[in-house]
Design a protein around this ligand. Sequence first.
Ligand code: 4GX
Length: 250
Amino acid sequence: MAMRIDILTLFPEMFDPVLSTSIVGRAAQAGAVEIHLTNIRDFTRDNYRKVDDAPFGGGPGMVMMCQPVFDAVEGVQAQAPERGTVVLLSPQGRRLDQPLVEELAELERLILVAGRYEGFDDRIRQSLADMEVSLGDFVLSGGEIPAMAVVEAVVRLLPGAVGEPDSIKEESFSMGLLEYPQYTRPREFRGMEVPDVLVSGDHGRIDAWRIEQAQQRTRSRRPDLWQEYVKNSQSPRPEDADGDGPGETP
Ligand code: 4GX
């Protein structure tokens, strides 16, 4: 069954290029994913189609109102039998990383809510959302670009989305290391040569070189990932050979 992704936004047209291009487009063509765009403004009930209002207590900026967002989410929930997991895009959310992408890719339905203005009325976050996801510690003008990032990262993991499943498994983050250096023709460009080992035809040496390079890069550029990698690749210590913690378990 194809995964269903709903995107709720005030700017659905922003998504057209992403949805029709490259992997996401191909995955939709192939039936691996079904993506539905909903304009939150279509759920307003006043003549001005108003989606935002001034904050209680005063202060700058505008707040996204409950009613259109609740109605939009409930409206798309009702469009399919399976309940969708409701994800708000906001800098207060869990940082998007590959383990989170893998979790989201397991879902049958995902509902992404991209807001504009200074924020959602907090009742949206309290009682409508299942989760908040952040693209990173920086401020954008809306959740659309983070929603696109989620869609791209999730869709390429769906069965039938990418040509070669091997290329997914081999990738940097699945091993917890950054990628090793890659080269393609020509062997020499502006005096810069491709490392000899890569044209040696010796696949044992090539694999060893790549692992070494990936480790070196990760250690120097991403000490946080390196620490995690070292921790995960450590074999159980001799005094705990059975891996069940200190002492003997009968
Ligand atoms: N990673 N932004 C969210 C605030 C907002 C407006 C309306 C709810 C409703 C961002 C990020 C991000 C800007 C999206 C502020 N929230 N989202 N918006 N970084 O910066 O995800």
